[in-house]
Design a protein around this ligand. Structure first.
Ligand code: FES
Length: 394
């Protein structure tokens, strides 16, 4: 799933009857994390560190039942993610079922395991949108980051095939300190591939990315330089009438106010893990909060009534400085997972906020980014051996 972007998603999905009591709207976006299996080993993967201890996967029929329940509630968009969703042999069947229910379907893939034949099968099943993630703009750096020699050529071939099948070409590059200085070459590659949409997303620090944060966080200078390059390309493309849409997402570690993570807790986003745990964000399983299983409860009950989905919904849970902050309706106190990872309590304000008494953790991470000399081979790669080791030692 590359590095899932937990950035703001715009207007949140809660309608407020008054300041404290949100009426719960349906989850507009369902993310089906079909599997944690993946042929790559990206050290910035947002999957949980202990993924190797989670081998169970919902069956085809169980996934389709989840889709039915979500659609009945009013969900409109369904993302297939992982791990690598192509590892599921029933992917075409799942796409067909989702499309038949009326979902807009989106496949988020590394492209590894994709073939012309599968593309045709997915197109026949009604898949609406494919996003392919790249690690870098050249073969050797891509191989070093993905832990696979063949990945780059396969991705290029599949990116071209996706376009040839009439899909919009959507490329995603996860940026970090080891590839952000190549941003001009990355954009050139996207232009060469005739990408329609390009997401240049600096990695968000969850899962394996958080474990490797010191070796991944770019410096402020790197980000400022990258912003200049993106700006130049946008101007050049506007002049030439070329239509590539360049989205550049900077890391919140250089902000003074937090992101409105997931558009608010339990507001518009619902994620289901491979074994069926329902989560309000892809990263919440690490929190000391019990989240329900789709095998035990129906989705409507989970979304509206479960403890986990109500834990940080609305504003009642907020302590200071969020409670009296006039920006709380934009940022909801920031990211609960980041607050937990950096302060030990998900009840705290996200320490990205300069008003947080834990903001020094963010400042220290910025300083560490200036000091570190971590090389790519020193990062902890996301693979089963490392996952089992971490799980054993935790
Ligand atoms: Fe932000 Fe979990 S990732 S709330």
């Amino acid at each position: 799933s590359a590095n899932f972007s937990a950035r703001p998603t715009g207007k949140n999905g809660l309608s407020f009857v008054n300041d404290q009591k949100p009426a719960v709207n349906p989850p507009l976006w369902l993310l089906a994390e079909l599997t944690y299996r993946c042929p790559l080993q990206c050290p910035y993967c947002s999957n949980p560190l202990d993924f190797a201890s989670q081998d169970n996967e919902l069956t085809t029929a169980q996934w389709i039942e989840v889709f039915k329940q979500a659609r009945a509630m009013g969900s409109v968009q369904l993302g297939f993610s992982g791990g690598e969703p192509l590892m599921r042999k029933d992917l075409a069947e799942l796409i067909g079922a989702a499309r038949g229910l009326g979902f807009y379907t989106n496949l988020i893939t590394s492209g590894i395991g994709l073939t012309e034949k599968k593309l045709q099968t997915f197109a026949d099943a009604g898949l609406d949108h494919i996003q392919i993630s790249f690690q870098a703009s050249d073969e050797s750096l891509n191989a070093a980051l993905a832990g696979s020699e063949k990945a780059f050529r396969q991705k290029l071939a599949m990116a071209k095939a996706v376009k040839a099948h009439g899909y919009p070409m959507v490329l995603n590059f996860v940026l970090h300190r080891h590839n952000i200085d190549q941003i001009d070459r990355i954009i050139e590659l996207c232009i060469q591939l005739e990408a329609d949409d390009v997401e240049l997303a600096t990695c968000q620090f969850y899962g394996w990315a958080q474990l490797n944060r010191e070796g991944l966080l770019p410096t402020r200078e790197q980000i400022e330089r990258a912003e200049q390059v993106v700006k130049r390309y946008r101007e050049r493309m506007a002049q030439s009438g070329s239509l590539t849409n360049l989205l550049f997402v900077t890391p919140d570690y250089y902000e003074e106010r937090p992101k409105g993570c997931m558009g608010g807790w339990g507001a518009i986003f619902l994620s289901v893990t491979p074994e069926g745990t329902a989560l309000p964000c892809h990263s919440a399983r690490q929190l000391p909060v019990k989240f329900p299983s789709v095998l035990e409860h129906d989705l409507d009950h989970i979304w509206r009534h479960s403890f986990g989905f109500n834990r940080y919904r609305g504003f009642d849970w907020m302590p200071e400085p969020c409670r009296s902050c006039d920006e709380k309706e934009q940022d909801f106190g920031g990211c609960r997972c980041q607050a937990f990872m950096l302060t030990g309590s998900a009840d705290n304000a996200d320490p990205v906020c300069a008003k947080s008494s834990h903001h020094d953790k963010i400042l220290a991470a910025r300083e560490a980014a200036n000091r570190t000399r971590t090389q790519i081979h020193e990062l902890q790669f996301r693979n089963r051996v490392n996952s089992q080791l971490i799980f054993k030692n935790s």
